[in-house]
Design a protein around this ligand. Structure first.
Ligand code: ADP
Length: 191
């Protein structure tokens, strides 16, 4: 099984690149941000809970997020591999993911970390706000909080995978196609 964690700060291009990886490698795409947004739209209990955190640019609590991811994995027993987009975002989530995959007799193949400068991120998120309709893109204070939360809580997840020799850093600046080619190259080199 090919199980990829696509990692990067908000605005790094995880969603865009995920679509391309899914198409090429036939992976099931699990984006926790998309799943939360679908729940908000459907006005589910989970959506109501997640919304209060997301609108402020804070993380949804680990317990809630991990339980949701477990359920999503169980919905796809036939999948031949996964791309995790926006998850894990804390070391506790990374630990939990290892356990969930172990129970399926599989593991993470690699973490692909998109590297983008903070200035470029702020620029992309401000532009995205004009089309995404996302409340968390519309307010510069919320954007800054998401970047701060990333630095504090999420960046350490890189060390977690580096410790397992699974971290692959990829330059996330340049054209969308160029970045896709870089990602393909790294994945094709995995054993
Ligand atoms: P972005 O990468 O642009 O921040 P996402 O769609 O990945 O966008 O996430 C949007 C929001 O959803 C996050 O700011 C957070 O509130 C919530 N969220 C998504 N994934 C997780 C996660 N794994 N753990 C906790 N909260 C999450």
């Amino acid at each position: 099984m090919l199980n990829i964690v696509l990692f990067g700060p908000p605005g790094a291009g995880k969603g865009t690149q995920s679509e391309r990886l899914v198409a090429k490698y036939n992976l099931a795409h699990l984006s926790t941000g998309d799943i939360f947004r679908a729940n908000i739209k459907g006005e589910t209990e989970l959506g109501k809970l997640a919304k209060s955190y997301m609108d402020q640019g804070n993380l949804v609590p680990d317990e809630v997020t991990i339980k949701m991811l477990d359920q999503e994995l169980k919905k796809r027993p036939e999948a031949t591999g996964f791309i995790f987009d926006g998850f894990p975002r804390t070391v506790a989530q990374a630990d939990a993911l290892d356990d969930l995959l172990k129970a399926k007799n599989t593991q993470i193949s690699a973490m692909l970390a998109l590297e983008v400068s903070e200035e470029e991120l702020r620029d992309r998120l401000t532009k995205r706000a004009q089309t995404s309709g996302r409340k968390d893109d519309a307010d510069p204070k919320v954007i800054q909080n998401r970047i701060d939360v990333y630095q504090k809580e999420t960046a350490p997840v890189k060390d977690f995978y580096a410790g397992q020799n699974k971290l692959k850093e990829v330059n996330g600046e340049g054209s969308i196609d160029a970045i896709t080619q870089r990602l393909f190259q790294v994945i094709d080199q995995l054993a």
